[in-house]
Design a protein around this ligand. Structure first.
Ligand code: NAG
Ligand code: NAG
Ligand code: NAG
Ligand code: NAG
Ligand code: NAG
Ligand code: NAG
Length: 464
């Protein structure tokens, strides 16, 4: 019985395995582009790289020669574009054909008490490399390892200059030209970088957890990452009272990148900001435009709250406006719904340090929005569906809040929303990450998630 119960519980925890709030697929088209950028970048950057010192020893019949090759720089490199393709179920295969490289550097040898040194130049022609990289999830982060590597070298030329003695070139060369170990080291560095970057610090209040919820999935035409995609408050990280739902990403082969962002991802951001205490603003009369018909002044508020100017004539007021609950966003076929609960606390300012509490209002807003991308811009329209208001508390007797509600509706519909919509019609620039920006893109609102398919422009591309 216990066994059955345990098994059943295990089943439950299994099905409660975390659903990814972010899903992304890099297509074959995307892979080709990434490989192209990497080749360009390497080709341009190799000449500035100082190669690490190579040390070793060679046994000859008289004893052992210890040598070091150092201060090496790449003076020329012909890097052909590799052929890359996804290897279903594993990762990616990479074939590089005809890499040639020329290096200069200094050499030193120690053979017993004989020390010698000079400089050298080295040219390696027609390196062919054939490698298979494996994509995995290691401790919940995306990791790349070298599963297989073969390399051969067509032709090598080395000239040692200076020094009295000459070393046995071929032995040193065999040790030095270790293409696969060097390649493997490069992949290890990329892997270390990935392991150290599974969190994005958005600002000083929230961060985004990018750990994987399961292993990367490699198809023959793309590869998919399922990412936790949950925002946390830096100050007080905690789980929100809602959880991610499963969604199926309808990825597009003819775009480089497809991304699905679930409601949970967005709502966890709202929750994290709420927890960080930043969804709050103090509004003073100084912040209201001079031309506004309404000012934060007890005399002027007489039309809304008749008893107010009688009790506190002619005083400036302050409003603390804050979210009382997590703003909830939902994606529902073509529209985004936003539910907002807020409170406004009104006080009269007797002196900068002495505020007299007056009353507070509880408000529920409901908005709906349509958004789309147009090139590099995010465009759309926002509409208020509903606004309700209640008197939360009052220190100055009860009053009818209908005039307040009507005023708020007028302010929203005649001032706030037209301003936001004018901006949304013109478009907001989509963020570009480290110089990478969207070129062609398509965005749709699906049931429970937002879908974006895009081609990316690299910052290196514009240099050409
Ligand atoms: C991110 O989420 C994973 C999985 O829930 C967790 O193990 C890891 O500690 C989290 N990292 C941070 C920095 O919150
Ligand atoms: C806003 O007002 C509240 C209450 O009046 C006060 O505690 C808080 O410090 C104010 N915040 C700012 C940024 O002025
Ligand atoms: C409040 O408004 C009245 C009339 O609109 C104005 O005369 C008065 O100076 C204002 N008081 C403050 C404190 O701003
Ligand atoms: C989603 O939209 C459909 C029609 O477009 C509507 O019938 C349904 O009630 C909406 N669901 C939610 C949760 O808003
Ligand atoms: C607005 O919200 C209130 C309460 O939240 C609800 O009773 C009312 O039916 C809503 N009105 C519309 C038009 O959705
Ligand atoms: C978008 O990509 C096309 C084709 O690759 C290119 O001609 C165009 O300049 C790119 N546009 C931007 C804004 O980068």
């Amino acid at each position: 019985m216990l066994l059955v119960a345990t098994f059943f519980l295990m089943g439950i925890t299994q099905t409660h395995a975390e659903n990814p709030a972010l899903q992304s697929v890099l297509s074959q088209k995307g892979l080709q582009k990434v490989s192209h950028w990497a080749t360009d970048w390497l080709q341009g950057d190799l000449s500035t790289i100082m190669l690490p010192e190579v040390k070793g020893s060679v046994s000859i019949f008289l004893g052992t020669i210890y040598y070091s090759l150092h201060d090496m720089t790449i003076v020329r490199c012909d890097l052909p574009e590799p052929a890359v393709s996804f290897s279903e179920g594993t990762g990616l295969s990479l074939q590089l054909q005809g890499l040639s490289i020329a290096i200069t550097g200094k050499w030193n040898t120690d053979f017993g008490i004989i020390h010698d040194g000079g400089w050298f130049d080295l040219a390696v022609y027609t390196i062919n490399l054939n490698a298979l990289l494996e994509f995995q999830s290691t401790e919940e982060h995306f990791s790349i390892t070298t599963a297989m590597c073969n390399a051969d070298v067509g032709h090598v030329q080395i000239n040692f200059h200076g020094g009295a003695s000459q070393v046995s070139h071929n032995d040193i060369l065999l040790l030095f030209i270790q293409i696969c170990p060097q390649f493997q080291k490069g992949i290890e560095n990329i892997d270390k970088y990935l392991a150290a970057n599974d969190v994005i610090q958005v600002d000083s209040y929230v961060y985004l957890n990018l750990s994987l919820t399961d292993s990367p999935v490699v198809f023959d035409n793309g590869f998919k990452l399922n990412v936790k995609g949950e925002f946390y408050s830096v100050k007080s990280p905690s789980e929100p009272p809602f959880s991610p739902h499963y969604f199926k990403l309808p990825w597009q082969e003819d775009y480089m990148l497809s991304v699905g962002v679930s409601e949970f991802c967005i709502n966890s951001a709202a929750y994290a900001y709420l927890k960080s205490g930043v969804l709050s603003i103090n509004i003073t009369d100084g912040m209201i435009p001079k031309t506004s018909p309404i000012h934060l002044n007890t005399s002027q508020f007489g039309s809304l709250v008749p008893q107010l100017p009688k009790k506190y004539p002619n005083m400036e007021m302050e409003v603390v406006l804050y979210a009382t609950d997590t703003p909830l966003i939902s994606f529902n076929q073509t529209v985004i719904n936003v539910e907002l609960s807020a409170a406004a606390k009104f006080s009269a300012i007797k002196s900068p340090t002495h505020l007299i509490p007056l009353f507070s209002l509880d408000m529920q807003y409901s908005f709906c929005a349509k958004v789309y991308t147009d090139g590099q811009l995010l465009k759309g329209a926002l509409e208020m569906k509903n606004l309700t208001m209640q008197l939360g508390s009052t220190e100055i007797d009860k009053f009818d809040i209908a005039p307040f509600e009507n005023l708020m509706k007028t302010v929203m519909n005649s001032f706030v929303l037209p301003k936001i919509n004018a901006q949304l019609k013109e478009g907001l620039p989509l963020p570009s990450v480290k110089g990478f920006s969207l070129n062609k893109s398509m965005m749709t609102i699906e049931n429970g998630f937002l879908f974006l398919a895009a081609d990316i422009t690299s910052p290196f591309q514009s240099l050409k």
